[in-house]
Ligand binder design. Structure first.
Ligand code: AMP
Length: 307
């Protein structure tokens, strides 16, 4: 089945207590595409880049089965550029620079061959762009996942809520869930948000894992505790890519499959944070992924019969 990913393909400059990297490849779409490519083979990426984004990186994506026909290249302009600095706790960060560049004119037109995609990952972009992608689909997808950020809750809440009503799965972090719902308690926040329409809601809690709500159930997937966190940039996008890569292999979408997908998302996210940019996520293999899945399983399984 086909997985369509819409998200930024960018350059980032990132500073963490472990060092600084300048103008390295980044972008939510890039992270999600790479993560999904380890689990699924029919991936289409929709984005916009300038002439400065390395063509060799597009070829690397193609070699992993990521179709990049949907990435518009504006040769005489610059790619989206983001720069951020993390605090000592590696959780909080400040955005230093956001240069929209080509993203300022991004109005994605889906290639015809993308319009029947069965799984859709709408990365963090303006709600108007996210809506326009849904409008261009010719058949009802099996699942649409929406990611967003506090910025859009602040300045475009009504438009955002309109898109949330059209998706099956909303993936946000705990602060965003509180902002969106006006409730501090996350269970109450989830109840309010689910009333907007999505069948599933994931509330990410960074290094403390992620909660899944849906079909009157609640599930928790931990983040794998790691002794080497270098750069958290893109962890949420990598998580979403892993989750959707896993789900795109399922013929039916049910609560159990989304639960399993959460564990794949957590495993992929755990690689992302171990190095700067996409360094780690571009260099893993399936046995390493399997080992992480087993590690998460071991972390959370207890034989209660012996208690
Ligand atoms: P995350 O750490 O999950 O927030 O993802 C960070 C990635 O998203 C970086 O690689 C950035 O290039 C990209 N990014 C940062 N700010 C934005 C924004 N306002 N809109 C879309 N993508 C962004």
């Amino acid at each position: 089945m086909s997985l369509l990913i819409v998200g930024t393909v960018a350059f980032d400059t990132i500073e963490t207590p472990h060092g600084k990297v300048e103008k390295v490849i980044g972008g939510a779409g890039t992270y999600a595409g790479w993560a999904a490519s380890y689990l699924h083979s029919d991936i289409r990426l929709v984005s916009i880049i300038g002439g400065d984004w390395p063509k060799s990186e597009l070829q690397r994506m193609n070699a992993r089965g990521i179709d990049t026909e949907g990435i518009k290249i504006v040769e005489d302009k610059k790619s989206f550029y983001w720069s951020g600095r993390y605090l000592e706790n590696l959780i909080e960060r400040e955005t230093l620079i956001t240069d929209l560049n080509v993203l300022a004119d991004f109005d994605p037109i889906l290639p015809d061959s993308y319009r029947n995609s069965e799984f859709i990952l709408l990365g963090n972009l303006t709600p108007a762009i996210q809506s326009s992608v849904i409008d261009q689909l010719e058949s009802k997808p099996k699942l649409i996942l929406l990611d967003t950020m506090n910025f859009w809750i602040d300045i475009a809440k009504d438009e955002l809520i309109d898109v949330i009503r059209r998706v099956d799965l909303l993936s946000i972090n705990d602060e965003e869930a509180r902002m969106l719902s006006g409730e501090h308690n996350l269970v109450k926040a989830a109840e309010k948000i689910m009333k907007l329409g999505p069948r599933f809601l994931i509330i990410k809690k960074g290094e403390h894992g992620a909660l899944l709500f849906g079909d009157d159930h609640m599930f928790f997937a931990p983040a794998l505790p790691l002794n080497n966190i270098v750069d958290p940039t893109g962890a949420g996008d990598t998580f979403a890519g892993g989750l959707m890569g896993y789900l795109a292999n399922q013929s039916e979408i049910n609560y159990e499959h989304v639960k399993q997908g959460l564990v794949y998302g957590a495993a992929m996210g755990s690689f992302c944070v171990e190095d700067f940019s996409l360094e780690k996520i571009q260099n893993i293999n399936s046995s390493e992924i399997d080992a992480r899945i087993k590690a998460i399983q071991k972390l959370t399984t207890v034989d209660t019969a012996k208690l």
